[in-house]
Design a protein around this ligand. Structure first.
Ligand SMILES: *Cc1c(COP(=O)(O)O)cnc(C)c1O
Length: 366
């Protein structure tokens, strides 16, 4: 059993311990090549095999159809906020659904490249509910509709993807799934493009995964840097510029780990189990001491923000958690309170340890 503390960081976040051990064992000599992965040419046989396996495993895990391309890019989620409009908007309309900080940032950045418009928002009341797709003011001319499917800071998550076709729209759905990719299946029939920074649920910061339908390629604005033109990246199998090789390698190890655990279906089963345990305690026995105000219908399975009813005890709470090996529970500064991020790499035992501490702290005399 692990002696390491449980790390509830929102990102960069904990990785499966098995993966870290494997990476450590292969650090100086990958598979008898005499080289560490960081020291290999990205065009050499060894690294090409690592990248090809990572892509194939991700395609299998998420059941990505053949008419979608998988790209390994750099720049993170925030760069995608510019790269997506540069590639997909053609300088025309793009619609945004605001559900929290991340979608807000996306809409703001897109304004630099296209006619970006907020067509639905849950800002009123503080991002505690999900705007019902039936009420979205979709524009008929929009090239795409952007949603953040899991708001890492505000802790709201789409439990199903909106069906734009059924809503009468031909726009491509763009999903920022950075903080819950590989924790649930994706219905690709509803999606045009998905992107995810790796550092939440996949691997180290520095790799960004883009999964894009082929017919959306080839329409980049003239100002788009070549290295960020999806078609250029796709035509060069993500090797137009030097890709983040070590990050891709670790992502590949994580994909293999997810496969060994039973795939995305098993990750989802575990995510539900962990989330139910934690929310169940907060709403039930712990409700006198803690509060989570988010509508239960759209609570995130990955990021669980909560507050102490007596916020003067925040520092004591965090110090006690740290002393018990429960790390990085402090909430994002824009929301305050606490946040437990319980991504794929967080074992059930970690959430059980957290709940045991929540109970102990709630029952401790002041
Ligand atoms: C973390 C995160 C990002 C930002 O990623 P960077 O790598 O910092 O650019 C974008 N979207 C979501 C939903 C995130 O959780």
């Amino acid at each position: 059993m692990s002696q390491r503390p449980y790390n509830f960081s929102a990102g960069p976040a904990a990785l499966p311990e098995e993966v870290l051990h494997q990476a450590a064992a292969e650090m100086l000599d990958w598979h008898g090549s005499g080289m560490g992965v960081m020291e290999m040419s990205h065009r050499g046989r060894e690294f090409m095999s690592i990248a090809e396996a990572a892509e194939a495993d991700l395609r299998e895990l998420l059941a990505v159809p053949a008419n979608f391309r998988i790209l390994f890019m750099q720049g993170g989620g925030l760069a995608e906020n510019a790269i997506v409009p540069m590639n997909l908007s053609r300088g025309e309309q793009a619609d945004f659904v605001i559900t929290g900080s991340w979608s807000q940032k996306s809409a703001k950045e897109a304004l630099r490249y296209c006619d970006a418009k907020v067509i639905a928002s849950n800002a009123e009341g503080g991002h505690l509910t999900m705007p019902d797709p039936a009420g979205w003011a979709l524009r008929p001319g929009a090239r795409y509709v952007h949603v953040c499917t899991n708001e890492t800071i505000h802790g709201v998550e789409f439990q199903a993807l909106p069906d734009l076709k059924a809503l009468g729209s031909d726009a491509a759905l763009v999903i920022d799934c950075s903080s819950h990719i590989l924790s649930r299946t994706i219905d690709w029939s509803k999606v045009g493009l998905a992107f995810a920074g790796a550092q939440k649920n996949i691997g180290p910061a520095g790799v960004t995964i883009v999964i894009v339908r082929e017919d959306l390629l080839g329409h980049a604005l003239a100002i788009c840097p070549s290295a960020f033109d999806y078609k250029t990246v796709a035509d060069n199998a993500s090797m137009y510029n030097t890709p983040p090789t070590y990050g891709i390698y670790i992502a590949g190890l994580v994909f293999q780990w997810v496969k060994r655990q039973g795939g995305v279906a098993e990750m989802e089963r575990r995510a539900v189990e962990k989330a139910e345990l934690l929310y169940g305690y907060l709403d039930g026995e712990g409700a006198g001491c803690y509060v989570n105000r988010i509508d239960p219908a759209c609570r995130s399975r990955m990021n669980v923000p909560f507050q102490l009813r007596d916020e003067s005890r925040n520092e004591a709470f965090l110090a006690g958690a740290k002393a018990r090996g429960l790390l990085q529970l402090k909430g994002h500064k824009s929301v305050g309170g606490m946040r437990a991020s319980i991504y794929n790499a967080m074992p059930l035992a970690g959430v059980q340890a957290l709940v045991a501490y929540l109970r102990e702290f709630a029952n401790a005399p002041l």
